[in-house]
Design a protein around this ligand. Structure first.
Ligand code: FES
Length: 79
């Protein structure tokens, strides 16, 4: 579903960025969501809040969490 009509940004795109650990302000700068007419801000914030609070990215997608880029998870990271 398109959340931001002005920039044609979908809820999926916002969710993908939120699950990657980005907050609303970062997503706003990255995608331009809620930077034109502003009508989408509440909906976009809701998507970010749901994704940020619900699950971390790694749990959702099975993506290894990398804390330093050299180890597959923080538990095995020695840096
Ligand atoms: S609908 Fe998102 S800025 Fe206009």
């Amino acid at each position: 579903m398109i959340v931001c009509i002005c920039h044609r940004i979908s809820d999926r795109e916002i969710a993908r960025h939120a699950r990657a650990g980005m907050g609303f302000d970062d997503i706003q700068m990255e995608l331009g969501v809620a930077t034109q007419c502003g009508c989408c801000e509440n909906a976009a914030r809701d998507v970010v809040a749901q994704c940020s609070a619900a699950q971390p990215v790694a749990a959702l997608r099975g993506i290894p969490v990398r804390c330093c880029g050299t180890q597959p998870s923080p538990a095995s990271c020695t840096e």
